[in-house]
Design a protein around this ligand. Structure first.
Ligand SMILES: *[C@@H]1O[C@H](CO)[C@@H](O)[C@H](O)[C@H]1NC(C)=O
Ligand SMILES: *[C@@H]1O[C@H](CO)[C@@H](O)[C@H](O)[C@H]1NC(C)=O
Ligand SMILES: *[C@@H]1O[C@H](CO)[C@@H](O)[C@H](O)[C@H]1NC(C)=O
Ligand SMILES: *[C@@H]1O[C@H](CO)[C@@H](O)[C@H](O)[C@H]1NC(C)=O
Ligand SMILES: *[C@@H]1O[C@H](CO)[C@@H](O)[C@H](O)[C@H]1NC(C)=O
Ligand SMILES: *[C@@H]1O[C@H](CO)[C@@H](O)[C@H](O)[C@H]1NC(C)=O
Ligand SMILES: *[C@@H]1O[C@H](CO)[C@@H](O)[C@H](O)[C@H]1NC(C)=O
Length: 364
């Protein structure tokens, strides 16, 4: 567009030569170029960040729940329940969901209600989301497999047997195909905003083909409040009673396949600053970080151990000590937070989702 304007100007000049040398024409030219430059930038920005991002909704996509898959094989007159399960799980492996969502937990009596809700909640999003539990506990693995979860062994653990984050991603990517891979804590319930947000972001990554990190804050609520984990309206209502978590934290980390997990330090889940370092690492690696808090409800079922659970465990500074040793830096939490992500998601009219540049404060 700038070229067009200047061509136009020079054509005018050659026909009326005397006027060209006047100062007024120069300013006229300068102003015209500036305006067209701004217009071009605006149009480019609009196409890049909004125009091509299609509006999507989970309800446009036909769902095949795990129960329906099981029924399908039951009707196919397969003999035992165990066979039905084997057939259903192997069929599920052929599907390509948008997200492989994984976690890990110990068999703990006091967390039963919480974990049962998570099992019901994550599998609700099949076939969009494939829930995966990392565990070597065969009994726990069997319970979850019957609920439509996939199970993977924990190949790399560090202090106190806690899983190393990067190997969960690398293992999940080796075993399953999906657009995105994400870790979330086992006490997080999502609403359908997660799938809708990812469908929108997929269109964005289709354009850019760059690594992306999608992360956000959780909403804390007392786990004793009754909550139906498979009723999206109920989850939204319960979240209105909850409280948004500390802005220095993040509770889920969703990345594309090309995210450089191989280069990541061997930080572990469930200890301080695992969230801050994943964000900071991404910023240093020039990866697009997207704050999805406005469009994803991530309900944290807070139990008696409280909201600062990672701070009460042994070796709580394991991650920050590791980063300090390797990188010789102290993680600046003011920078390493979702508020300093490059992009942010937002609802437009009719519940459609858009991705915008996030206004950044000085601390970022
Ligand atoms: C948006 O999605 C609709 C329905 O899937 C499709 O017909 C249309 O071509 C898409 N538009 C863009 C810009 O991708
Ligand atoms: C179900 O699994 C059995 C093995 O357990 C296999 O022989 C059979 O072909 C499978 N059936 C279907 C419909 O996939
Ligand atoms: C787990 O949740 C499901 C679905 O809400 C429920 O049917 C089941 O009874 C629960 N299990 C236990 C042991 O509470
Ligand atoms: C879990 O099992 C795998 C093999 O299936 C083994 O390599 C790994 O060391 C085990 N992890 C733990 C923490 O026991
Ligand atoms: C993932 O997809 C690729 C290409 O379609 C295929 O070659 C590969 O076998 C798939 N992997 C798994 C684990 O399904
Ligand atoms: C959510 O569902 C539970 C059980 O299904 C119910 O007891 C509770 O009142 C509901 N909460 C809201 C806010 O609707
Ligand atoms: C949870 O909500 C779903 C969908 O609204 C409903 O089918 C189911 O019966 C509810 N479960 C409980 C335990 O209230």
């Amino acid at each position: 567009m700038v070229n067009l304007v200047s061509t136009f100007y020079f054509q005018c000049c050659s026909s009326t030569k005397s006027r060209c040398h006047k100062k007024g024409s120069f300013f006229f030219f300068a102003i015209l170029s500036t305006i067209s430059f701004i217009l071009t930038c605006f149009l480019l920005y609009n196409t890049a960040y909004r125009g091509n991002v299609n509006n999507t909704n989970i309800y446009n996509v036909p769902a095949m729940t795990f129960d329906m898959v099981v029924d399908k094989f039951r009707n196919a007159k397969v003999k035992s329940e165990a066979d039905i399960l084997i057939n259903a799980t192997s069929w599920m492996k052929t599907e390509t969901p948008i997200l492989t969502l994984f976690t890990s937990w110990l068999h703990r009596q006091d967390k039963y209600v919480v974990q049962n809700r998570t099992v019901q909640n994550w599998r609700f999003f099949w076939p969009h989301i494939r829930p995966v539990l990392f565990t070597n506990d065969t009994e726990l693995g069997d319970i979850c497999r019957r609920q439509g979860w996939s199970i993977l062994p924990l190949t790399h653990t560090a202090i106190d047997g806690v899983p190393v984050v990067k190997y969960m991603y690398l293992d999940a990517m080796r075993h399953f195909n999906s657009t995105f891979y994400g870790f979330a804590n086992a006490d997080i319930l999502f609403n359908d905003g997660l799938v809708n947000t990812l469908l929108t972001i997929r269109k964005f990554t289709d354009i850019y083909r760059d690594p992306v990190l999608i992360t956000g804050l959780r909403t804390n609520f007392n786990y004793k409040i009754p909550c139906n984990a498979t009723d999206m309206k109920n989850i939204s209502k319960v979240s209105e009673k909850g409280k948004l978590a500390n802005p220095m934290s993040a509770d889920y980390f969703i990345t594309t396949r090309d995210y450089p997990w191989g280069k990541m330090e061997e930080i572990v889940i469930g200890r301080n600053q695992v969230d801050n370092w994943i964000i900071r690492f991404s910023q240093l690696e020039k990866i697009h970080v997207i704050n999805s808090t406005p469009t994803v409800t991530a309900l944290h079922q807070t139990t008696e151990t409280g909201i600062f659970e990672s701070g009460s465990k042994p070796n709580k500074f394991y991650n920050s000590i590791l980063i300090k040793e390797i990188r010789k830096i102290k993680i600046n939490t003011q920078q390493a937070r979702v508020g300093c992500a490059e992009f942010v998601t937002n609802f437009m009219k009719h519940g459609h989702i858009q991705i915008m540049r996030q206004p950044l404060s000085k601390q970022c």
